[in-house]
Design a protein around this ligand. Structure first.
Ligand code: IPD
Ligand code: CA
Ligand code: CA
Length: 261
């Protein structure tokens, strides 16, 4: 199943790379939340491949939601284009994310960045890899020497949870902070040691399902923002190389609105 997931991710990623920079049909899902024809074509491709190979499996995908009608305990969780805003602006940071959950547990995850031809993959208990070479989280021990990443929710203009206070609290304490615009890739970058930690609020299962497993299998730690157990369905995530995890929890706790939630 892992090689099948890799095949689908590469095929969908190639489609995105072919469309990148070309003329795009773009529409709005929300005030700043976009969807392009490429999102839809990539998802249709993955949906078709899955329907042929595993017709009884469930599919939870960003654009089509949960395709009902199956009682299978196998659920594919797919973001056909993570980084849509980047894609629509010609900023070459985006990916395809595919995970397989079995009986409520993510068992495999694949994230493909077609612009760098980087394929991140993990299988539970078998480690994580980048282009078939094992990866490991960084060994950075201090927050002050860390490079972190995060993102902002699409409802930032109307929600109380803007992430802006966390952003400034971290900016004053770390070596560098990034907002690259593709959460699945942010997680992979923690997995391969490019970033030391990542946090975000307002995410969906397709943003984090594959990346969470990749971080864990690369030796990292994934929790909620308080350091408690995480779930891909919980809309908040804190991932790190494990060494700076408690320091990140402390900084997140500085924002009083977190304590009130
Ligand atoms: C978005 C990206 C972004 C994150 C947003 C996500 P999309 O996914 O992962 O980095 O900050 O919250 O919704 O819409 O590009 O698939
Ligand atoms: Ca996404
Ligand atoms: Ca998406």
């Amino acid at each position: 199943m892992l090689s099948f997931a890799v095949e689908m991710a590469r095929e969908a990623g190639d489609l995105l790379r072919d469309r990148f920079g070309g003329k795009l049909g773009v529409s709005h899902k929300g005030r700043i939340d976009l969807v392009t024809e490429a999102d839809l074509q990539s998802e249709a491709l993955i949906r078709e491949r899955l329907a042929i190979r595993y017709p009884r499996h469930q599919l939870l995908a960003e654009e089509g939601g949960l395709a009902d009608g199956s009682s299978s305990d196998h659920r594919w969780i797919v973001d056909p284009l993570d980084g849509t805003t980047n894609f629509a602006h010609g900023y070459p940071v985006f990916c395809v994310s595919i995970a397989l959950e079995v009986g409520g547990k993510v068992e495999l995850g694949v994230v493909y960045d077609p612009m760098r031809d980087e394929l991140f993959a993990a299988e539970r208990g078998a480690g994580a890899s980048l282009n078939n070479k094992p990866i490991r989280v960084s060994s950075t021990e201090k927050l002050s020497g860390s490079l972190l990443s995060t993102g902002f929710p699409y409802d930032i203009k109307t929600s109380r949870l803007t992430n802006l206070e966390h952003w400034s609290n971290f900016a004053l304490r770390v070596q560098g902070l990034r907002r690259d615009g593709a959460a699945a890739l942010d997680l992979c970058y923690v997995g391969c040691g490019r970033h030391d930690g990542f946090w975000e609020l307002g995410l969906s299962p397709w943003d984090v399902a594959a990346g969470t497993l990749i971080v864990e299998e690369a030796g990292g730690r994934v929790t909620d923002l308080h350091g408690g157990p995480s779930s891909i369905y919980r809309r908040e995530i804190l991932a790190s190389n494990q060494f700076i995890h408690d320091q990140m929890v402390e900084v997140l706790a500085l924002d009083q609105s977190l304590a009130e939630r």
